[in-house]
Design a protein around this ligand. Structure first.
Ligand code: ADP
Ligand code: MG
Length: 255
């Protein structure tokens, strides 16, 4: 906001400047990626997972990312999710530079701004639905009673109020994904990132989960990024991107 972002980045500065402006009007960028490259060192060679990605995602947009296996979809989502830093280039989330932030600053960004949903749900099998949602409060700074009441609220918001005490193994795939969505949303993120969220579900359940994601996106004004192999899922987004060979292209202009 101050223009300080143009100065040499300080590795720990991000923790203090990580509230992206979600100003109404919709055109302020949530993400700005500039010349983002990510390489992984393999035994004898280097794999280029992202190869000079330039991408802007406005606040509040719903974006689908398609592309072949190995094309770089998950790597891109990790950059957006502050899970990893690019090898070169910059990733900005609002005012925060994720490419130079330290591990603690990235963790703070994740906790405050980002919810994740995965294909395999990633629930802890020995915890109830409510306890799984509560794991989102990782740092225990939220009092126990408040954690529980917010988890209960989040489960109600995904239509699972009466399943709070069930273990994941006692729930259907669609219900488990609803628990995972409640866990992703309980911290009130500004961004929701989903990696093949319907990849393990039948078509009817897929459509229910997409209805849910679309309604929370709309109601909460989230920025929603969904990686998917499924064109029926991608068609529901405002914007479709394809990533192959680490390069991003637009499949459909932004709405
Ligand atoms: P997608 O999600 O589109 O299938 P990924 O982003 O997972 O693609 O992978 C892109 C490329 O980077 C692939 O060639 C993959 O093998 C490689 N890759 C991804 N993660 C790692 C890693 N941690 N170590 C080494 N190579 C990786
Ligand atoms: Mg992947």
């Amino acid at each position: 906001m101050t223009g300080a972002g143009a100065a040499a980045p300080h590795p720990t500065a991000a923790s203090d400047t990580t509230h992206p402006t979600t100003a109404s009007g919709g055109s302020s960028p949530m993400y700005t990626l500039t010349a983002v490259t990510k390489t992984y060192a393999q035994k004898k060679h280097t794999v280029t997972a992202l190869d000079g990605v330039d991408l802007e995602i406005p606040a509040g947009q719903m974006v689908a990312i398609q592309g072949p296996t190995g094309g770089g979809k998950s790597t891109l989502l990790q950059m957006l999710g502050a899970l990893d830093r690019p090898t070169s280039g910059t990733v900005r989330l609002g005012d925060a530079d994720l490419s130079t932030a330290g591990d603690r600053a990235l963790a703070a960004v994740r906790a405050r701004e980002i919810g994740f949903v995965f294909q395999g749900f990633n629930l802890i099998p020995t915890l109830t639905a409510a306890e799984n949602v509560e794991t989102a409060f990782a740092d225990a700074s939220t009092p126990r009673a408040e954690r529980r009441s917010r988890a209960t609220e989040a489960l109600a918001a995904v239509g699972l109020a009466e399943r709070a005490d069930h273990l994941p193994g006692e729930l259907s795939g669609g219900q488990q994904q609803r628990v995972a969505i409640a866990r992703a949303l309980v911290g009130q993120p500004t961004v929701l990132l989903a990696d093949e969220p319907t990849g393990s579900l039948d078509e009817a359940t897929r459509d229910e989960i997409m209805d849910l994601l679309e309604s929370v996106w709309r109601e909460r004004g989230l920025t929603l990024v969904i990686v998917t192999h499924d064109s029926a899922v991608a068609r529901r987004a405002q914007r479709r991107l394809r990533i192959a060979g680490g390069t991003v292209s637009e499949l459909q202009p932004a709405a």
